[in-house]
Design a protein around this ligand. Structure first.
Ligand code: HEM
Length: 409
């Protein structure tokens, strides 16, 4: 019985993980996983099977538990009281009502307004690489900060709040990887962190109600549900998901994308020779990295997926990373190929009603960064073994040491 989906350490060796996932595809699209310390669940790895489940949100709900946890983790969470409820925790009809508030803001026409800001951040990133003089850690020096600066911009928050937002991402979503964990907080410290954010976002709400602007914080602060103001706790959930969902994910795609270029110099050259491939290359990076490893669904009735009987109450692990390696859809899935003709069929952003709200934003961030960096890269290689985060949820790299030279701007 494979521990591929439950053991965070397995995600620490991504090449081995990918190889084993491809072998598993040969044995079917759905596998029963019964690991000690975990409720048994179905690992759904087939590309079509994941889409089939996502197309049936009434039959496969995100509630009650949308993220995998061991029995011990789940009882700890339950003892901690009500979790903040975000879009990810909601099903219809609530989900649609909350999603509608910001859906248009994330459409391409809206995202285009950010082009100048993204290009400025990309220029700063390349300048920083230049200043570092040929050796850097692409994850820590570039990828980690970039998406968080974008989030501050879209929420309309000042750069001075950057350290506070880092804290939010790291402490509200305790990491499984020991290197990414802070010291274990006492219950009093946890209350302190939560109270601090509650105060911060309450002040933000009051400010945007008094002085509305065109930023996302204004939409959330003044949002109504069923013609009544959105409840405070749900407002917190909204701020929290916007502040966190686009951070580690996009950083992981950037760092993993650059690593792939460093490890496949032929692909870097192909992209340099044909800049029109940029969008496709970005999709291939996202297929390849699939930073959100999974979300869970719970079956609401006895049914069937890909010919396998699923019972009411069964738990299903949608493996976006494995789905992106399905040989039935992607030829030679273990090849990183910026010319792949169907790279955009990846399911790294999910599908259906929960399809990633920030998908377009994430794509344009990667296009802006790689669009400026790739033409300037005269040479690029790894300067050491990259370290991958050991986590079953959102993950990527902890370090991507590189050696490089850049052409003059
Ligand atoms: C490469 C970067 C990213 C990846 C791989 C990613 C992946 C995902 C995935 C797999 C889902 C769940 C989809 C499903 O259940 O079908 C999701 C949902 C979501 N993402 Fe992203 N995401 C990324 C970037 C972003 C960004 C930049 C933002 C916004 C700032 C964002 C905001 C959200 C939100 C709000 C949801 C919940 C949507 C809902 O439940 O309706 N994501 N994302």
């Amino acid at each position: 019985m494979t521990d591929l989906f439950t053991n965070p350490h397995r995600y620490g060796d991504l090449d081995a993980w990918r190889r084993e996932a491809v072998e598993l595809h040969a044995r079917g699209p759905i596998h029963r996983i019964d690991q000690p310390g975990y409720q048994p669940f179905w690992a759904v790895i087939g590309h079509d099977a994941v889409l089939d489940i996502e197309r049936r949100p009434d039959e496969f709900t995100n509630a009650p538990i949308p993220i995998l946890g061991s029995d011990a983790q789940l009882s700890l969470r339950a003892a901690g009281g009500a979790e903040i409820r975000t879009l990810i925790h909601m099903d219809e009809p609530d989900h649609g009502k909350y999603r509608k508030l910001t859906n248009d803001w994330f459409k391409p026409a809206s995202i285009r307004r950010l082009t100048d800001r993204l290009d400025e951040l990309s220029r700063q990133a390349v300048d920083k690489l230049e200043a570092l003089g040929g050796e850097a850690d692409f994850y820590k020096d570039i990828a980690l900060a970039y998406p968080l600066q974008v989030i501050l911009s879209i929420l309309g928050l000042p750069e001075a709040d950057y350290p506070r937002m880092i804290k939010l991402t790291q402490e509200m979503f305790g990491a499984e990887d020991p290197d990414l964990q802070r010291d274990v907080m006492s219950p009093e410290q946890t209350v302190e962190v939560v109270t601090d954010f509650y105060r911060y976002f309450t002040e933000l709400t009051a400010d945007r109600q008094a002085h509305p602007t065109d930023d996302l914080a204004t939409l959330i602060a003044n949002g109504t549900i069923d013609d009544a103001p959105m409840p405070d706790l749900e407002k917190m959930g909204y701020y929290v998901i916007i502040a966190t969902a686009g951070h580690d994910t996009t950083a992981a795609a950037m760092a993993g994308g650059l690593r792939a270029l460093a490890e496949h110099p032929d692909q870097l050259r192909v992209l340099q020779d044909d800049p029109d491939l940029l969008s496709n290359a970005v999709d291939e990076m996202i297929r390849w990295t699939a930073p959100v490893r999974h979300f869970m669904r719970t079956a609401q009735l006895d049914t069937e997926v890909a010919g396998v009987e699923i019972a009411k109450g069964d738990w299903l692990y949608l493996s976006y990373l494995a789905g992106n390696l399905d040989p039935a859809v992607f030829d030679d899935p273990l090849r990183f190929d910026v010319t792949r003709h169907n790279a955009d069929r990846h399911i790294a952003f999910g599908y259906g009603i929960h399809f990633c709200l920030g998908a377009q934003l994430a794509r344009v961030e990667l296009r802006s960064l790689f669009g400026q960096l790739v033409p300037r890269l005269q040479s690029l290689e790894l300067a050491g073994e990259p370290q991958t985060a050991k986590t079953t949820f959102v993950g990527g790299h902890k370090t991507v040491p590189i050696r490089y030279s850049l052409t003059a701007s």
